[in-house]
Design a protein around this ligand. Structure first.
Ligand code: 5GP
Length: 205
């Protein structure tokens, strides 16, 4: 599940609450070269790395995708992502449009959700109210928002974050519905059919 939004749309807190409510969901902790914010924990919110370390990981092919966002580098660790997918986990990624586009290519069955703040004016207010960014960074984030919104055509679902609880519920419902999609139920259906054929063969004997 790839969740993207312009900075300040409320995505991070929504993602954490969704994770709390979905069994066997895992958060994909990204790498970043940006400065750690006061409330962030290394290894939980992000893996904070030096630009040289990030570059070395890119060179060694350890990232499933990476992008430059607001003058910093962000990336998804290949090993962690494929490990979680193989274990049948719902992996939640909070990444931008560039990352969403490239991961959709390597994982065609990924589901993309875009969160909109209710209006551009509200986005600016939220970003200012968050108080985590300096003037420059806030300006860059606001300027990037229209470009991020243009990417929306890539996504499968759109959630307008008018209200935190409603948005969380919508995303939980999307995840649950997607888990019941025919293609994701293939293993169950095949096992069910095999058991049926076994019973019929037994009855014939
Ligand atoms: P922030 O600095 O506000 O935490 O994140 C800035 C932007 O980087 C957000 O749009 C976020 O979704 C994106 N981002 C975070 N991690 C990754 C990642 O691993 N890959 C990509 N492509 N974008 C990411």
């Amino acid at each position: 599940m790839i969740i993207s939004a312009p900075s300040g749309a409320g995505k991070t807190s929504i993602c954490y609450e969704v994770l709390r409510r979905i069994d066997d969901a895992e958060y994909s902790v990204s790498l970043t070269t940006r400065e750690r914010r006061e409330k962030e924990r290394d290894g939980v919110d992000y893996h904070f790395v030096a630009p040289e370390e990030f570059e070395a990981m890119v060179d060694r092919g350890e990232l499933a995708e990476w992008a430059e966002v607001h003058d910093a580098h962000y990336g998804t660790l290949k090993a962690k992502l494929s490990g979680a997918v193989e274990r049948g986990k719902v992996v939640i990624l909070d990444i931008d449009g560039q990352g969403a586009r490239s991961l959709k290519k390597s994982y065609p069955d990924s589901v993309l959700i875009f969160i909109f703040p209710p209006s551009p004016a509200e986005l600016a207010d939220r970003l200012a109210g968050r108080g985590t960014e300096g003037q420059e960074s806030m300006k860059a984030r606001l300027e990037a928002a229209p470009q991020e919104v243009e990417n929306v055509e890539l996504y499968d679902y759109v959630v307008v974050n008018e209200n935190f609880e409603d948005s969380v519920q919508k995303i939980v419902h999307i995840i649950e519905a997607e888990r019941s999609a025919l293609e994701r139920m293939r293993t169950f259906i095949d096992r069910y059919s095999a058991e049926f054929s076994g019973r019929e063969e037994g009855a014939e004997k």
